[in-house]
Write a protein that binds this ligand. Structure first.
Ligand SMILES: [Zn+2]
Length: 186
């Protein structure tokens, strides 16, 4: 799995992870990202006895011991899998799909000197920018703008290709405007 990618819903997570996953509403209220409470006595301080990475490090398994009641328990921590909805131009809504962004960028970069790592990094950056807003909905326009801004710095041909699809230039004049704008700013 690619780095930074949240686990898809339905992936088997062992049942003891319930108190290890960050709560969005809590985070929005300025609370701590992780509250690791003892499942027996709810005490917030625990000692970590053992740490293991599972699934290429996406899940971290920790053996913990409560500082208050000394009981031991296991947590499975992972990056929070957020449910983000994309609002399309026609108002239709669909679940956020990283792969969809990746496909668009990959197509735009076809046969361009852009490495897979650069593509991954670009999508990671776009994703981080979207997630940082902490909203539950994002417009496809916002995503497109974030992609374009970064693609422009990466490869101008890819940028124009992406923009021509994304902005669906009605005629060659509009495309020309975009190219001129690009040349002016470079
Ligand atoms: Zn305890």
């Amino acid at each position: 799995m690619s780095p930074g990618r949240p686990l898809a819903p339905g992936n088997a997570i062992p049942p003891l992870c319930y108190n290890a996953i960050a709560d969005r509403s809590q985070r929005r209220a300025g609370g701590p990202v992780f509250v690791m409470r003892c499942p027996y006595c709810q005490h917030p301080d625990t000692d970590v006895l053992d740490t293991r990475k599972l699934n290429d490090g996406e899940i971290i398994r920790r053996r913990r011991k409560c500082r208050q009641c000394s009981r031991r328990f296991t947590t499975y921590e992972r990056v929070e899998s957020v449910s983000l909805t994309v609002v399309k131009k026609d108002g239709e809504r669909e679940p956020y799909d990283r792969e969809k962004i990746m496909r668009g960028v990959r197509t735009a970069c076809y046969r361009r000197p852009v490495s897979v790592q650069q593509l991954e990094q670009l999508v990671n950056d776009v994703e981080a920018a979207i997630m940082a807003t902490d909203e539950q909905e994002v417009s496809s326009k916002t995503i497109g703008d974030e992609v374009m801004r970064r693609l422009r710095d990466l490869d101008e041909v890819a940028y124009i290709r992406f923009a021509s699809v994304y902005r669906s230039f009605a005629d060659i004049g509009k495309l020309r405007e975009a190219v001129d704008e690009l040349l002016e700013n470079s």
